[in-house]
Design a protein around this ligand. Sequence first.
Ligand SMILES: [Mg+2]
Length: 219
Amino acid sequence: MRSAVDTWILDLDNTLYPASVGLADQMNTRIRAYLANLFGTDDAGARRLQAQLVAEHGTTLRGLMNTRSIDADDYLAWEHTIDYSVLRHDGALADALQSLPGKRYLYTNGSAYHAEQALGRLGLTAHFDGVFDILEGELIPKPYAESLDAFLARFAIDPVRAAMVDDLEVNLTLPHDRGMTTALITHEPSADGTPYQQLAPKRWQVQDLPAFLGYLSAQ
Ligand SMILES: [Mg+2]
């Protein structure tokens, strides 16, 4: 049977690997050090600044671009000077991605460099048809409409035939409104042990990404 979904959109951080590997923690530590240095504050002050910038501007970087003149490339290079060796090849996910009908895209608020490093470590580079990073989005991140529109236009995606997986609910609201199938990934075992649950039409919660992709692509 031909799958109802022919475009697969995946977030990177805390989606293709669980938060428990600590890569996002490493990036947050780097970001707080950057803020502490820039604003002459301590880690607690940097934590408050980061929360405020993310709340008001979507990402720390966009907040800094809007409120201070900083170099985005310098910032991203600093943020991504991290230890990628915590990521391991994920053969089950590679097989699941390879089996999907249609196109597979990575849609990340990180940089292309970060995506390249992480996908390489995960052994998933060959399984994506395209990467849309924060620079392609002209530094406007998910969940803003400008970002989603630029992403959809870049790859000529029909949202009604697309499925998107992300670890942040806020990033899935607009795609769902546009007609996409959306899946919130938690990586935490569900109460009843099932690998994925349908919450509403075209809305899913997922614990086991390979199992979910296999299921949805067969529908
Ligand atoms: Mg994420």
